[in-house]
Design a protein around this ligand. Structure first.
Ligand code: PFF
Length: 462
């Protein structure tokens, strides 16, 4: 599904509207929803984070997604080439470069590490995981696992290998078909988990934590974390949705496809929280567990269910699939980049990029097992922070400024299918968001969350 022809005229298109929505949702729904969202909620005070997240997703995430789809379909190119094709200043090509570096290399490198955990947990579900979790030791199990460097690296290799295989053999039939079964199955198993979690004695405290906002927990970093999570979860700011939009037929309606994709993504994230928080409080775990939260809490819930080991196995299998459909979209960025830049064959590009990304990810995996640290954080956390709290917001900011101020008329034509779709109120709201609200909000949240605003303020006062 790459833009190797470069001409864009005979470009492959999604088989159907549903195919497009599923592929976009496949990229969006992944570890971000089931792993990253709950642990950020846990670290950032619960419901107040959920509220900020929803607000940001509607006001900033959705408009940016619409903008990316519009650019992609108009240009019919991959991110780096897209801005050239639109005949705009080469400066905007920076969005493509930034996305390629952040998504194709940085995010993917540690995404593979966490993806590897899902495989280990899938296998362990049928091994000793349930017995350990039943005795309240799932936290120790997790700590022990990430401390074993060789094991973590091995599972990282397996996950990376699976991603590479899918990208090599084309996304088309296998993965699209598998997703049509796996994604609804993941949804169903989440519902079963929620029922179990909600019916555990002591679950109320978790529901309260998840649903009752405590405004005193609001800090300036809450906004930045929610912003980064919204972009990460919706796969924005990296040119992925731009690329997916480039395969979209001219007659498809971008706005409704966007609302579907974003709604499905948000729904799965919210459901994950309902599966995790009631159980977490019922079992006396702390919400601020960080990266291990999902892997610590859910096995404990499974252990309390009849046939828990099978549910656990299926859950981590589906999570693995959700993760692979996302990692493939990231790997495709790195692969297309290598094909275009170094004129490589697809198979060579996949192998070369796979090795580079593995080495980078290996560093993240090792850092979780102890040293080395960067700015006091594990390397994985540091990379995650850099990508989600810096690079994605910067990429999305540039997309808004580009579309809002330099490419608005063509974007409006794209979104209304050349005026064929009725212009509705939401289009005016979108223009307002993309021109003014979103760029200002991103800039403010970024400067505030990173502490730069304070520095600037002190400096101006001197
Ligand atoms: N959206 C994916 C998730 O939530 O797991 C991760 C991801 C995929 C982020 C693709 C960014 C991206 F471009």
């Amino acid at each position: 599904m790459s833009d190797e022809s470069g001409k864009g005229l005979t470009r492959e298109q999604w088989g159907s509207r549903l195919g497009f929505i599923l592929a976009a949702a496949g990229s969006a729904i992944g570890l971000g929803n089931v792993w990253r969202f709950p642990y950020l909620v846990g670290e950032n005070g619960g419901a107040v984070f959920v509220l900020v997240y929803l607000f940001i997703t509607v006001l900033i995430g959705l408009p940016v997604m619409l903008a990316e789809f519009a650019i992609g379909r108009a240009a019919q190119r991959s991110p780096v080439a897209a801005f050239r094709a639109l005949n705009v200043s080469p400066f905007w090509g920076a969005i493509g470069w930034l996305g390629t570096l952040a998504g194709g290399f940085f995010v993917l490198s540690y995404y593979n590490v966490i993806g590897g955990w899902t495989i280990r947990y899938m296998l362990e579900s049928l091994g000793g995981l349930m017995e350990t979790a039943a005795t309240g030791q799932s936290k120790e199990f997790f700590g022990h696992f990430i401390g074993q460097r060789q094991q973590v690296l091995m599972f990282q290799i397996v996950f990376s290998g699976a991603t590479m295989l899918f990208v090599l053999s084309g996304i088309g039939k296998g993965i699209e078909r598998a997703c049509k079964v796996m994604m609804p199955a993941l949804f169903l198993i989440l519902v079963v988990l929620i029922i179990r979690s909600l019916t555990l004695p002591g679950a109320e405290a978790g529901i309260e934590f998840y649903l009752k906002p405590d405004l005193s927990k609001l800090t300036r970093s809450t906004f930045l974390s929610a912003l980064g999570q919204s972009f990460f979860s919706l796969s924005l700011g990296l040119g992925i949705m731009l690329t997916y939009g480039s395969y979209l037929g001219r007659e498809e309606r971008i706005p409704s496809a966007t609302v579907w994709t974003a709604s499905l993504d948000t729904l799965i994230a919210l459901l994950s929280g309902f599966a995790i928080f009631p159980a977490m409080f019922a079992m006396g775990f702390e919400p601020g567990q960080g990266v291990g939260l999902t892997f610590i809490t859910l096995p404990a819930v499974f252990a309390k269910m009849p046939a828990g080991q099978y549910f656990s196995f299926l859950f981590f299998l589906f999570l693995f699939f959700a993760a692979v459909t996302s990692s493939m979209s990231l790997m495709e960025v790195a692969t297309t980049f290598a094909i275009e830049k170094f004129n490589l064959k697809r198979v060579n590009a996949v192998c070369l990029m796979g090795i580079i990304i593995f080495l980078l990810g290996g560093y993240s995996a090792i850092s979780l097992a102890g040293d080395p640290k960067v700015a006091g954080m594990d390397f994985l956390d540091a990379l995650d922070y850099l990508c989600n709290n810096v690079m994605l917001p910067v990429g999305s900011f540039l997309v808004c400024v580009f579309v809002g101020w330099f490419w608005l008329d063509p974007a409006l034509k794209e979104l209304t299918n050349n005026g064929k779709l009725e212009t509705r109120w939401w289009l005016h709201v979108w223009v307002l968001c993309v021109r003014v609200l979103a760029p200002i909000a991103i800039l403010f949240i970024f400067l505030n969350g990173t502490g730069l605003l304070e520095t600037l303020d002190t400096w101006l006062r001197q």
